[in-house]
Design a binder for this molecule. Structure first.
Ligand code: PLP
Ligand code: SF4
Length: 398
């Protein structure tokens, strides 16, 4: 079936040129109670959030993204992502300002660098986003108006990456790295490319979702020049895949930039197998690989948007066997306090012994896997050729 992608509804008082200009989209963002009230028929629960929420996490949306949400129904999935709800202010079960322990000294060697896994670091180059998602996991950092990184911190972060020889990958994150200008981004990419041991660069961005016109010809050419760069995007719902978003993804992939998607399971937004499959199949059709399906982190004010782990496992289990492996995102949770990620996989094992394991597969097939005989482990004779590289990586994070 040829999948179709519809244009976002452009308001009649906005010209096509304005709409297609990402700077206009950022300049014209909805930011205040009044902006939201002019755009949406606000529900009492949303008005209360604006009125009582002195400490409310930043509110902001591009007109493009707001146009994808229902104006009248506050239960609409996209509306739930971008509009504050009074439940954000309720006493939570587990509320952490920094659920991933990113500010712990051991993970945060210098400002703006998060080094949790030995071979890769996050580099937070800006704290600005063009839409503030209500479930954001990095509320301790995003939208604190620090904007593009200060020169001294930038140099300190680059020095850290340079001197940590085992690093193979730098993940640009924030905030949203694509809210900075083409010139600034080009400088960051070029500086990173000068570092011998950096092999892979990732850009984590929600711009293809909330302002796909950001993916200009000039931008993709800049990114391509610093290859290999992977673009990690963040679609949560099939309705976010408009014709504009589809064009942005295809432009990236056509220029040799692999696109991977990280979704978050959210209560009342996408917590149904039918929605996850619709999103994942459409992404795959556009050649974007569904990568992670995250359990929502217990960030402050997110209880009403978090699914239970059981609900998430249920969805994953329903998808198993019915969704192409290429389209299947990996269900994953970040262990709080910086414990790192862990995966969930449906358990098909019925018994385990040294000799064999017994399984009942997803559609009920019973079978065993019997270990080979002899069980002596033979080391590949040439493994020492790769040992120096391996040790360098393993020693880069103590
Ligand atoms: C998620 C994450 C990464 C990237 O992990 P992958 O599994 O390689 O996608 C890197 N650093 C930190 C701190 C993370 O939280
Ligand atoms: S785009 Fe990412 S960093 Fe920005 S508000 Fe949304 S979840 Fe947070």
């Amino acid at each position: 079936m040829k999948l179709k992608f519809e244009n976002a509804p452009r308001p009649s008082n906005v010209t096509q040129d304005q709409w297609q200009d990402w700077a206009w989209q950022l300049r014209s963002s909805l930011k205040s109670h009044a902006d939201y009230a002019a755009f949406f028929d606000l529900h009492q629960s949303e008005k209360n959030a604006f009125e009582k929420g002195q400490q409310l996490f930043n509110v902001r949306s591009t007109p493009y993204y707001a146009s994808l949400a229902s104006r009248t129904n506050h239960l609409d999935p996209i509306r739930r992502i971008l509009t504050p709800h009074e439940k954000e202010l309720y006493d939570p079960k587990q509320a952490q300002l920094d659920p991933l322990g990113e500010r712990k000294n051991s993970n945060n060697p210098v400002p703006r660098i998060i080094h949790r896994y030995s071979d890769r670091v996050l580099f937070l180059i800006t704290d600005i986003c063009s839409v503030y998602c209500r479930y954001c996991t990095r509320k301790h950092f995003t939208g604190a108006d620090q904007a593009f990184i200060k020169k001294s911190e930038y140099e300190q972060a680059l020095d850290y990456i340079k001197k940590t020889k085992g690093l193979r990958e730098v993940i640009l994150s924030g905030g949203d790295p694509l809210t900075i200008s083409d010139g600034q981004l080009e400088r960051v990419l070029t500086d990173l490319r000068k570092i011998e041991h950096v092999e892979i660069i990732r850009i984590g961005t929600r711009m293809p979702v909330v302002a796909p016109m950001r993916i200009t010809q000039n931008l993709v050419e800049i990114i391509r020049r610093s290859k290999p760069v992977f673009l990690m995007t963040h679609f949560n719902h099939p309705r976010e895949l408009t014709a504009e978003a589809a064009e942005a993804i295809e432009r990236l992939v056509d220029h040799g930039i692999p696109v991977m998607n990280q979704m978050v399971l959210l209560n009342g937004v996408n917590n149904h197998a039918a929605i996850v499959q619709a999103l994942s199949r459409r992404l795959l059709y556009l050649r974007a690989k569904p990568y992670y399906m995250f359990q929502c982190d217990p960030s402050i004010g997110t209880d009403y948007l978090r699914t239970t782990v059981e609900n998430s496992l249920q969805i994953q289990k329903e998808l198993w066997g019915h969704l192409s492996g290429l389209a299947m995102p990996q269900l994953s949770v970040d262990i709080p306090d910086g414990g790192g990620k862990t995966y969930y996989v449906p358990n098909f094992e019925k018994s385990v012994s040294l000799e064999k394991r017994e399984y009942v597969g997803w559609d009920g097939v019973h079978a065993e896997y019997i270990n080979p005989e002899p069980t002596e482990i033979v080391q590949p004779m040439d493994y020492e050729m790769y040992l120096a590289e391996w040790n360098e990586i393993r020693q880069s994070k103590n």
